[in-house]
Design a protein around this ligand. Structure first.
Ligand SMILES: *Cc1c(COP(=O)(O)O)cnc(C)c1O
Length: 227
């Protein structure tokens, strides 16, 4: 059986999440997204067998080939950057986490309108203003929150952020709290923004304490990724 440790690891992660929800006091429900990137389709099957219902990939092509290789009832999340010429593939995902520019949002909206479909998406925010990362910085996300109201084929369901690598706890906490504040801006603008996608293997407990509703976990569930 592939990933023999998955069930035990998941049990521990769930306990840690429950404790973090209690410490944080936000009372939210947290869903675990199993990040299967670089692993084969058997990782998706293993996730489902362990009781997970959400799978995340950061590359479209890899995600689509896994979707074709397994037929298991999971919700697919695209958690990585998407090129504008590939927006049509979003029709195969349940939630897109990386709405990271106005031009991409326009392309997604156009595609949705043409396909007569509404696309559920999260606004990616770059709280720490890192050059190397995509997403809207403060205060640009305020303007985008307003602008997105006119894009009828996108439903903005919340915010996604990726914290700086190797940041200390104080920095992580302020980044995650900043993402939560960005979600409040979306809500104030009238979006049904209930979701906060933040937290990876190294920082998910702090993210949950700060209100995460989705944590995106790869390494801690499946082990180190093949090089
Ligand atoms: C790879 C990836 C993750 C999971 O990372 P781990 O540290 O292995 O848990 C989460 N989010 C995004 C956007 C990723 O690309």
């Amino acid at each position: 059986m592939p990933f023999p440790e998955l069930a035990d690891r998941l049990l521990q992660v769930r306990e840690r999440i429950d404790s973090a929800v209690r410490r944080g006091g936000h009372g939210q429900t947290v869903r675990i997204i199993a990040v299967t990137k670089t692993h084969g389709p058997d990782s998706v099957q293993a996730a489902v067998d362990a009781g997970l219902e959400d799978v995340g990939e950061n590359r479209v092509q890899e995600a689509l080939s896994k979707m074709d290789a397994v037929s298991v009832p999971v919700r697919w999340h695209l958690i990585g950057h998407l090129q504008r010429n590939k927006v049509k593939s979003l029709l195969r995902f349940n939630l897109f986490h990386a709405l990271d520019s106005s031009r991409l949002a326009d392309a997604v909206n156009e595609m949705g309108r043409a396909a007569d479909r509404t696309v559920d998406a999260l606004l990616q925010v770059n709280v720490a203003g890192e050059e190397s990362k995509g997403g809207f910085a403060e205060p640009d996300w305020r303007g985008e929150a307003e602008r997105l109201k006119a894009l009828d084929s996108i439903r903005v369901r919340g915010v996604m952020t990726i914290a700086p690598l190797d940041a200390d706890e104080r920095t992580l906490r302020s980044v995650f709290a900043g993402a939560r504040a960005a979600r409040d801006v979306l809500i104030a603008a009238g979006h049904e923004a209930t979701e906060l996608s933040m937290g990876m293997s190294n920082d998910y407990e702090i993210a949950v304490e700060e209100g995460a509703t989705f944590v995106r976990l790869g390494t801690i569930l499946f082990g180190a990724r093949p090089a």
